[in-house]
Design a protein around this ligand. Structure first.
Ligand code: PLP
Length: 455
């Protein structure tokens, strides 16, 4: 397909995108390729297909096709909860006394409660189409596992979830939602995989990490016939699927004459932010418009703002391909921050490249200030936000208050990625004044960054 054709021809009658937009097609410098950890050479389609569904492996490697049609079965599923609302935060604007206009794109309108379902349903579809029995994955806070279990139930696929142990214990409700949708949930590290047993031996009593759960899920996939591994963030295929967020937002903005100046999103592995900004970045890359983009990450896990742009392992067990990204080192285990979805040590290679080129900015936010913003937003705008999403709220409020000082009438747009109903232990800590703001020291970061592979 011609990449210069405007996105509008890919809309259904009810203004749902019929194709995903692949921002890599418009990037002059492409994100660095995934490398085989054994040979150090770029991963081939054949190698990737051993771990991922073949069609998803193709999407992972495709740096050139701008629009990739969304299969009808996925579009039908999207119709159950999309288009997602683009909301003007009138009450927040008024409460802040800002001349800025504030909009947010709300992705919490589905049972899984976040944007993750947009990619989960796509990945489950391709697994089903390939005739697989099931998929394996990891989940941290549980949003991805929940979304994937919904998607697998819809396509009648087996779903094995390795859930970071601390969340498995602290978030019994997420775990039970997954089981209700038919998923098999194992706390990680576990003794069901070799890598899990090794980690347990080396770090007895560990409460686990995302990187470790990924290693377990990958091992479970490659050692079981008819299974593949799926991942809820970081990968370029996930950013591709999440472009529905940005395409819908752009459609609504164009229709109602909204011209965002600043676009803000929280960044864990980078998928919601990458999806929200994709078509806007496309316009910026093609010289058609300009926007300020801000990625917001927790001060406790600052991969963009304090990490290094280098090849690293995507997982603690070092079984996954190497990705070039802003990273804190695959051994980095962040302090127990309550924004579980933002605790990954690295960042999408697409966003890493855009950040390295200065096309997007990054800021970090401390936990208590994030929960202050979350509480303010809940009271003023009604929606109880996820702790992850509240990082974007915090910076949106900061930007709106800056406009109050300068008198600038900017249009601020942010991604409200999900609801916080399953995060009430975190809210409880905040309400009881027991929340801390642990920020890693330079020495701690240097120590984990020093373990990056030498490439
Ligand atoms: C997972 C998650 C995030 C962070 O993941 P990204 O891949 O960076 O988008 C943000 N918000 C919510 C609600 C999540 O579940």
């Amino acid at each position: 397909m011609d990449k210069n054709i405007p996105y509008k021809i890919y809309l259904t009658e009810d203004e749902l995108p019929k194709a995903w937009y692949n921002v890599r097609a418009d990037m002059k410098t492409k994100p660095a390729p995934l490398l085989n950890p054994g040979t150090g050479k770029p991963m081939t389609l054949e190698e990737l297909s051993g771990v991922f569904c073949t069609e998803l492996a193709k999407q992972e490697l495709d740096n050139d096709t701008a629009f990739i049609p969304i299969p009808d079965e996925i579009l039908d599923f999207y119709k159950m909860y999309r288009p997602a609302p683009l909301v003007r935060a009138y009450f927040l604007e008024k409460a802040l006394g800002t001349p800025a206009k504030i909009y947010y794109k709300f992705e919490g309108n589905n049972t899984s409660g976040s944007h993750k379902l947009n990619s989960a349903i796509a990945q489950a579809y391709y697994a089903k189409k390939q005739g697989l029995k099931g998929v394996t994955t990891e989940t941290g806070a549980g949003q991805w596992g929940t979304a994937l279990s919904m998607a697998c139930a819809y396509f009648d696929l087996d779903c094995k979830v390795y859930m970071v142990k601390v969340s498995y214990e602290q978030k019994p409700f997420r775990r039970e939602v997954m089981r209700t949708y038919g998923a098999n949930v194992t706390p990680s590290p576990s003794d069901t995989t070799k890598v899990g047993r090794d980690i347990l031996e080396k770090f007895p009593g560990t409460t686990g990490s995302l990187g470790c759960a990924i290693s377990e899920a990958v091992e479970a996939a490659v050692t079981s016939e008819g299974y593949r591994y799926v991942l809820g963030s970081v990968l370029s295929q996930v950013l591709l699927h999440q472009s529905v967020i940005g395409l819908e937002t752009m459609t609504a903005c164009d229709k109602y004459g909204i011209k965002p100046d600043v676009i803000i999103g929280c960044a864990g592995g980078g998928s919601n932010l990458g999806g929200l900004i994709a078509p806007f970045i496309g316009r910026k890359l093609r010289g058609e418009a300009d926007y300020q983009f801000i990625a917001v990450e927790p001060a406790s896990c600052p991969s963009l703002t304090r990490g290094k742009y280098a090849y690293d392992f995507c997982d603690t067990g070092m079984v996954c391909p190497l990705a070039k990204m802003y990273t804190l080192g695959s051994g980095f285990i962040p302090s127990p921050n309550h924004a579980g979805g933002l605790r990954y040590h690295g960042m999408s290679s697409v966003l890493s490249e855009l950040y390295d080129e200065g096309l997007i900015e990054a800021r970090s936010a401390e936990q208590t200030s994030v929960f202050e913003a979350a509480t303010q937003f809940a009271r003023i705008e009604g929606t109880l936000p996820a702790p992850e999403s509240s990082h974007a709220i915090k910076v949106a409020i900061d930007e709106a208050l800056k406009c109050k000082e300068t008198g600038e009438e900017k249009t601020i747009l942010f991604g409200l990625t999900g609801t916080g109903y399953f995060d009430m232990v975190a809210y409880q800590k905040f309400n009881d004044g027991e929340m801390s703001d642990y920020i890693p020291t330079d020495e701690e970061l240097a120590k984990s960054i020093a373990t990056l592979p030498n490439i």
